[in-house]
Design a protein around this ligand. Structure first.
Ligand code: TXA
Ligand code: MG
Length: 338
């Protein structure tokens, strides 16, 4: 039997999923960004199962998700549990954007979440805003689970899942008792969290997301630096990542028009995702890219999966606008095309 998909509307499903986490099993968890493949961050065996299921190298660290709210089960207690110290600029970022799509890399307390951290002496922490993730994390915390390690619920190098059906597709080979998927609908943000490294005395942007650099700088009162060679390993920062089977190519509207003109009727095998009007000579699988960055991010991975599923060899995508609001989408598309 493939992994069961349970409606997250049902409070009993949340309780069952929380018990699975406490028992060391895996749960497909909806968050506001993408679905995560979740396990108890302090259970080395359970975390090992995540790496195994994803086919992810064991030295690529996972993000630990914390429950919302105050008190012994809330994110402040979680930060105390996992982080050795919290610089003032990191505290400012937490207070400004948690719960929300922001991950902070902090110095890790020795002896906690070592496997989840992939051997780094740091740990990635995030308190998600999605109500289902929050209910699950709170119910797990009540069962003694301080934090939940969850990478995006896709096999290594593939497109992140934004629906429960995507998760089921990625892990169809897992058994019923190995993975339970909570169906919380389509993820509202659609691309992964912004990641800021807070271990080097100043904030460093490791992965752009829907929280912009300007918002981050305003909240912490410091300029954000760009990542450099010495930055810790992050699969989301590998040059080629988030790749569908078809080859993705980024082109501006003018390049798209002339390329389709050259191909004429030979454009089969090509799918198109563009904002500008482009008229291929023959009909090709296509979706219109929204003019709004948030709307484009929300649908991006689902569109890539959908166009990929038509069996085309190439997906031609119009280059996103240079505007900072598009940084996250531009980053994911550039990696999909690498
Ligand atoms: O929105 C998200 O962040 C989603 C949802 C599920 O929360 N998660 C996600 O996880 O995108 P993942 O594993 O696909 O990407 C997490 C990124 C990776 O690039 C990882 O290497 C980096 O975070 N990361 C985690 N802990 C780290 C650490 N201690 N040092 C450096 N990078 C870290
Ligand atoms: Mg990922």
């Amino acid at each position: 039997m493939p992994p069961p998909l349970l409606s997250a509307q049902d409070p009993a499903a949340i309780e069952l999923a929380a018990q699975r986490l406490a028992d060391g099993s895996l749960v497909g968890m909806p968050t506001e960004t993408v679905y995560g493949l979740a396990a108890d961050a302090d259970n080395a065996m359970a975390v090992h199962r995540i790496f195994e299921a994803k086919g992810r190298p064991a030295d690529h660290p996972l993000i630990v998700h914390l429950a919302p709210g105050p008190g012994a089960h809330g994110w402040r207690a979680g930060v105390d549990h996992y982080a050795r110290e919290v610089p003032a600029f990191a505290a400012a970022l937490m207070h400004a954007f948690w719960p929300g799509p922001l991950t902070l890399i902090l110095p890790r307390r020795e002896g906690v979440a070592a496997v989840a951290a992939g051997g780094q002496d740091s740990v990635g922490l995030r308190c998600p805003a999605h109500p289902v993730a929050q209910a699950l994390l709170s119910a797990a915390a009540a069962r003694g689970v301080s934090g939940v390690a969850a990478p995006s619920a896709n096999r290594f190098g593939r497109v992140s899942p934004t629906t429960a059906a995507h998760v089921a597709e990625e892990f169809a080979s897992l058994a019923e008792d190995e993975l339970l998927i909570l169906d919380g609908g389509a993820c509202p943000v659609g691309i992964e969290s912004t990641i800021v490294d807070c271990t080097r005395g100043h904030p460093v942007l490791l992965r752009p997301g829907m929280i912009t650099v300007a918002q981050l700088e305003a909240a912490c009162g410091q300029p954000l630096r760009e990542r450099d060679e010495a930055a810790p390993r992050a699969s989301g920062t590998l040059e080629s990542h988030y790749a569908p089977r078809a080859k993705v190519r980024l082109m501006d509207a003018h390049q798209l028009r002339s390329a389709f003109q050259v191909l004429g009727n030979d454009a089969k095998h090509i799918a198109l995702y563009a904002r500008s009007p482009v008229e291929p000579a023959r009909s090709v699988p296509r979706r219109r890219m929204p003019d709004d960055a948030a709307a484009a991010a929300q649908e991006l991975f689902a569109v890539l999966r959908e166009l990929d599923a038509t069996g085309v060899r190439l997906i031609w995508v119009e280059t996103p606008p240079e505007d900072p609001a598009w940084d996250g989408v531009r980053d994911r598309l550039r990696r999909a095309a690498a």
